[in-house]
Design a protein around this ligand. Sequence first.
Ligand code: ADP
Ligand code: MG
Length: 762
Amino acid sequence: MLPGVTTLREPLSRAVGPKTSKVLEAQFGLLTVGDLLRHYPRRYYTRGELTDLSSLREGDHVTVLARIALASLHPMPGQGNRTRGEVVVTDDRAKLLLTFFFRGYGGQHVFKRLVPGMIGMFAGTVSSFRGRLQLVHPEYELLPGAAPNADLTPELAAEFASEMIPVYPASAKLSSWAISRSIRTVLDTLDVGEDPLPADVRERYRLTGQAEAIRAIHRPLDTEDRDRARDRLKWDEAFFLQAALAQRRLAAAAMPAMPRPHIAGGIADEFDARLPFTLTAGQLAVGETVATELACAYPMHRLLQGEVGSGKTVIAIRAMLQVIDAGGQAALLAPTEVLAQQHYRSITAMLGPLAQRGQLGGAEHATGVVLLTGSVGAATRRSVLADIFTGDAGIVIGTHALLEDQVQFADLGLVVVDEQHRFGVEQRDALRGKAADNRPHVLVMTATPIPRTVAMTVYGDLETSTLTELPAGRSPIATHVVPAADKPHFLERAWERVREEVAQGKQAYVVCPRIGGDSDGPASYEAVGAPDGGDDAGGDDAGDFGDGAIPRAIAAGGRRQPLAVLDVAAALEEGPLGGLRIGILHGKLHPDEKDQVMREFTAGAIDVLVATTVIEVGVDVPNATVMVIMDAERFGVSQLHQLRGRVGRGAAPGLCLLVSEAPPASPARERLDAVAATLDGFKLSRLDLEQRREGDVLGAAQAGQKSSLKLLRLLADEDLIGQARQEATKVVSADPALADHPALREAIDELFGHQADYLDKT
Ligand code: ADP
Ligand code: MG
């Protein structure tokens, strides 16, 4: 390395010294010069434009740009030589008090510089004193030029020379301008080397050079300069990620897999012939794609999206049977015991004699279907493991229990993962690793629609298929918000509707956010995915009801715990739904009990199932026509959409009632209104995305790690991401190892070298 030249990979300790680098690492996890330069300004102050002081809130750590209005020093009686300094700063409208305490002559020295009329940046945590907001002992930096100031150093003058002053995400230990100064230090000697973004791409999209962009995002001359820098750096984020993903796609395609071609006259064909319905055009098309990919000598890696009830399972079954015909086994991984059991029941039922290997009445080349969950008894478990090991079990359905070491397949050819969003990366990988020498084919199914750009970034190396139509004869689901607080009689009407449906031989779900009973407290929440109200369970009066008066309990309002399955079921039984057969389902039940309850509900022996979100995914009881969701604002938008997919699965129209006390026009209520207004899952998942931080969307795999996406917005930058993907794929296809693009290779390594987990998510 040349002396005096700084590169992006250089450790910060060398570039800015050990003291500063330690703080940068401790406060923001920044290790290299590249990390520091990707610590982008949160915003920019424009010279002459002061911070709106009326927007400050107590408790915030703030950096404000303001003018000194008054500055005065007061002795502190009875405290020796101590003085209190008061500075009032203003944005020309509101005021903010700055308080300092000094000993000896310190005050005079400091206050010589704090002259009214001067403009400065002041940073600290907002507190309140006698009803006025103040900063106690703020860090500050005065700007040159606003008033005569003899103490200004040339460095400081340069610091604030431009029109726009960057404001960095800062902390009490490290001020925005301290970060600014470190960045200046490295910018002065930075040599980024060759631009990693290929020249023709830069030209095509009129992008600034890398060095120029890095300079301008930190030291913009004006807003245009800054915007150009942002555009370029967004491209970097999108392009490097897409190039890395393209490399992984190619690497996956180079992996050997056993081809499992369609064999005519096998059980797959028999199954098709026995199907009681006609496949939709979408099912046929996706089925065709999957059949072709299974026949390839490299692993299929496909994500199948489709609205709830669009018939994804049939596609999975047909794929599994093709693999079995070709001599392999298939595993179906379900996220919950309830769902695994349901799959087992419905798949054995759909296959009929085709699943009765070696049994009386079984078809000639029937296969075996086994279920393996954590609750399977020891004896059954032994025989199930044996069937998996010998290959007698062609279809192995299960939960996490499938991932255990004792589970050994004779020849695992296909892994189907149902309801993808509940599984972690490692789990899928663990199952994939159970195929002996070859990689199994993988089909991932999800009913949570994934916006295109999320699919391209988070699931970037899965190919995607989407089922857009529902099988014929489905009735649409009507959804209504029931404002329990302002219109209690609406809730009474809701229970009446439930009774009416039951009177017609239909069934109902009542969903609650909490289990309740002994298990009160956060631990009794069940998979309530990010209740984006952000409002935690106020630990007060769960005893609000219990006398059977749910409507009253709800109308009681105030902060109470979210409604619980056990309480609601009891109250309904004694109150509005008295006389109906009410069942309970939640995650704390013993698996056998869960199975029992689901069987009874499926058989129609239970009229109303009061449940947590355990029923969210996959549960399929076509006779259930109405769902009442209590405290609906506790659930996320996509989750509500999933939940209501449980009704309207038969010929009768479905009804979903979202009961909520959220006041009209509140954000929570608007979210519920949005769910009620559309059945378009993609629209709702975009809404979800808009309301959640991108980090949440990028998922657990990135948690605790530095996100590589800082400027890019998955929704707003959809076009850019699409273009970057296309360009990156072109570059990587022509030069998979990036031998001719050393700078690009280096950049990808710099960004993702330590992030292999993230990319492995696919
Ligand atoms: P999901 O996509 O939510 O997993 P399923 O595969 O569970 O949907 O299908 C929902 C229901 O629709 C099942 O009862 C299934 O048997 C039925 N089904 C699937 N495909 C069709 C079709 N083409 N015509 C009629 N019913 C179908
Ligand atoms: Mg399903």
